[in-house]
Design a protein around this ligand. Structure first.
Ligand code: ADP
Ligand code: TRP
Length: 312
């Protein structure tokens, strides 16, 4: 029996190569070792997003992205949170078990409010919806980025609170902080992030990728343009790069062109595969996934309703 893996991601727009090396690839590399569930957290994204057209297309896009990088829908259960209403139901039950001061300590909530996001009640309760996501599936491991580690701790706390109140029902889950490649730098040398507008798009056209690479800041003093090199090392070994960078010492344009070709070699087959996936393919994948997910979620919620006394 394989252990169960559960992870989620918000459908928040076009991916960049930092997302690929930091999250998508490490997920793809381990997904087959587990009974894996990949959930599109569309209800989580309502905490910060109010444009229906954008949300709809982001959901479709993110499923295409994952399939294009090689995640197999036959192996990984890919589904949408809103298709399995047991998630919001269990979130409510957990909300009645934890306190306002406890939720107020969540770093992600405090950071978002400090950045000026509206402190809506959904944003505040966010960790309990995430706890419900994880605990409905009796997940053994939960791959997340470093920024989500505390939310898995919150899920453990929700599990413990429930178990103490109603008897052993949940196994406290464990986070698995994926060892990707560390932080991928963007075109300006800062962390690559869509909020900083310094990204190299993963599924951009060759032109878009070239433009982004050509804009990499190269004001380093030596022969080696560090910002180009730090991205290039994701695609080639250090010994390969040593030869290349020695041969083209000081010729930043040549080195950027070499990087563009290396990105293209990785991305072109994925871009091709992505272009063949239709919106209807995505709908079918999500429908099949949500049936599998809901079968598990219904079994668990039946036990939960029984424990709390609403089944009579
Ligand atoms: P962004 O910073 O562009 O908004 P997200 O916060 O949506 O990216 O990140 C989605 C996933 O990609 C997370 O798991 C995050 O850890 C990973 N990720 C994002 N940017 C980078 C980066 N520059 N280097 C490595 N991983 C990253
Ligand atoms: N909150 C996570 C993020 O923004 C996404 C998420 C929702 C998640 N539910 C989850 C991750 C359950 C892991 C497990 O990245």
């Amino acid at each position: 029996m394989k252990k169960r893996l559960f992870t989620g991601l918000q459908p928040s727009g076009a991916l960049h190569i930092g997302n690929y090396f930091g999250a998508l690839k490490p997920f793809k590399d381990i997904a087959g070792d587990y009974d894996s569930f990949l959930m599109i957290a569309d209800y989580h994204s309502l905490t910060t997003m109010r444009d229906a057209t954008t949300l709809r297309s982001n959901i479709i896009d993110v499923v295409k992205d994952y399939i294009a990088i090689g995640v197999e829908p036959d192996e990984v259960t890919i589904f949408k949170q809103s298709d399995v209403p047991e998630h919001t139901e269990l979130a409510w039950i957990f909300e009645c078990l934890v306190t306002v001061p406890f939720l107020s300590q969540a770093h992600a909530y405090k950071d978002k409010v400090a950045k000026g996001l509206e402190a809506n009640a959904g944003l505040f309760n966010y960790p309990m919806l995430m706890a419900a996501d994880i605990l409905l599936y009796d997940a053994d491991v939960v791959p997340v980025g470093e920024d989500q580690r505390q939310h898995v701790e919150y899920a453990r706390e929700a599990a413990t609170k429930f178990n103490n109140a109603y008897g052993e029902t949940f196994v406290p889950p464990q986070e698995m902080v994926l060892k990707g490649v560390g932080i991928v730098a963007g075109t300006d040398g800062q962390k690559m992030s869509k909020s900083y507008k310094n990204t190299i798009p993963l599924f951009g056209t060759k032109d878009e990728i070239s433009r982004a690479v050509m804009s990499v800041v190269t004001d380093s003093s030596g022969d080696r343009p560090e910002n180009v090199y730090s991205i290039h090392r994701l695609f080639r070994t250090e010994s390969e790069l040593e030869g290349l960078y020695a041969e083209h010492a000081g010729k930043y344009k040549d080195l950027k062109e070499a990087l563009i070709e290396d990105i293209e070699t990785l991305v072109a087959p994925m871009r091709e595969k992505r272009s063949e996936i239709t919106d209807d393919d995505v709908r079918t994948i999500l429908k099949n996934g949500s049936e599998k997910a809901q079968a598990q979620a219904q079994k668990k919620i039946t036990e939960i309703r029984d424990r709390i006394g609403v089944s009579i």
